[in-house]
Ligand binder design. Sequence first.
Ligand code: GDP
Ligand code: IMO
Ligand code: MG
Length: 427
Amino acid sequence: MSNVVVIGAQWGDEGKGRIVDWLAEKADIVARYNGGHNAGHTLVVNGQTYKLALLPSGIVRGKLGLIGNGVALDPEALLAEIDRMAALGIRVTPEVLQIAETATLVLPVHRAIDSAQERLRAKPLGTTLRGIGPAYEDKVGRRGLRVCDLAEPELLAQKLDVLLEHHNAWFRGLGLEPFQRDQVLRGLLAIAPRILPFVGRVWEQLDKAHSSGKRTVFEGSQAVMLDVDWGSYPYVTSSSTVAAGAASGTGIAPSHLGQVLGVSKVYATRVGEGPFTSEVEGTLGDVLRQRGGEYGVNTGRPRRCGWLDTVQLRQSSKVAGINLLALTKLDVLDGFDSIYVCVGYELDGKRIDYMPSTNAEQQRLRPVLKRFDGWEGSTRGIRSYSDLPREAAALIEAIQQEVGIPVSMVTTGPERDDAIVLRSPFT
Ligand code: GDP
Ligand code: IMO
Ligand code: MG
């Protein structure tokens, strides 16, 4: 049975969570491989909304959730999320959640660094202030704490000393309050007994699952344009969001990944700073934001809105390994007379068909827009392609043509089954 990797094909918030939830019906496991509680994945099931940050989206269906080594795990945030889910009737026990021993920990000191760094930047990045970037910095700096360290209090104390020594020099240099080792240690040791029962060998679980014919959905967080290598650097997150990240971030063999489903809205949004060529400001942008409910799931920040950018989508698909598309939020375009799609760029007066690598060039891009007729009536909740207005079908076909990748699914509302399936990503 094939696995599927679900990744954001734009700047995040494409609807990955609801696509993963839909796929999870026919899967055994859902595994997260990157990011942390900077993610906000929304599921709507029979009118009930679930907002997930760290927990894999299959948890709502009771499917086994794995948190891979590539995730930056804030143990306090995880426990708070588990409690929130319990209040909604979803019990998260070690039978349904396993966390990789080697996942890096996000600590209170990382949140403080994230905030201080944003304050100090001449041009802030607009991070989620969750401490994700600083935690990954410590990971590659080889001073990070890992989930398995929670089981060894003495070693934990020593490692914390090294980590805090490094950061406290910086805090002191800025005239900020240094972190007290004992206080941080006490906090971690108090939390450890609730976290440790979930800890296991995720790579082994995945290997066994694959050998026994079970199916896993790998749930990406963030998106290609926020990838630390392939995104609009430095306005990116600090992890690998592409399909390759699913292998390095869980321990599954790259050859076992299966189909790679890229999720894209039929328009575009971005939250935080950075270039956004097809951005639409003013009233039209406000209308998209309003109709699309484009406000951050966890931070509540208004998302910047614009038209779909097929140059970005085509290039992102190539570098991320996307071979199928899920197009979301078609219903949000109901009622527009004209719909535009960015099909090319102009850079300094010259037409180009790729996204340049430098931030300066990305900021100078002008979109080449193509107009499409809007449609009358509502597409909300439509579940059959033949029920779509002719103009909506034409838009989907044009997107498929421009991007050069087959469309697997189109969603027409936030509810679990508000979707048209054209070809299943499972082979
Ligand atoms: P994720 O981070 O990629 O999982 O996406 P988010 O959950 O951050 O944002 C997607 C938002 O769009 C959520 O509020 C979803 O409930 C909503 N949504 C998803 N699919 C559709 C759809 O087809 N139509 C509408 N109107 N809303 C949708
Ligand atoms: P999901 O999984 C949208 C953005 C932040 C900021 C940049 C860096 O829900 O799609 P970070 O806190 O990661 O250092 O912030 O990345 N960002 C997201 N934008 N959706 C997300 O996750 C995001 N996670 C991070 O707004 O611009
Ligand atoms: Mg989100």
